[in-house]
Design a protein around this ligand. Structure first.
Ligand code: TRP
Length: 73
């Protein structure tokens, strides 16, 4: 598991939330990390984390490409 790829999230506004969701039968939030503008989080999918939700305006880099999440209007 430690060799899985990383994803990079760069916040483009204050208060971007990076939320980790659990792997397994039930899918729950297990961790929320708040990033301010310019802050970067480098994260992996792990034994405990099967999905990552990003709320707020950010640039997200993954092996699938680079994408932008939008700010809530
Ligand atoms: N303890 C968590 C885990 O190993 C830490 C973590 C990894 C995490 N990737 C994440 C938390 C992505 C939030 C988002 O799974």
């Amino acid at each position: 598991m430690s060799q899985t790829e990383y994803i990079v999230i760069r916040a483009e506004e204050d208060g971007v939330n990076v939320i980790g969701l659990t792997r397994g039968t039930d899918t729950k939030f297990h961790h929320s990390e708040k990033l301010d503008r310019g802050e970067v989080m480098v994260a992996q999918f792990t034994e405990h984390t099967s999905a990552i939700k990003i709320r707020g305006k950010a640039e997200i880099q993954t092996a699938h490409g680079v994408m932008q999440s939008e700010a809530k209007k």
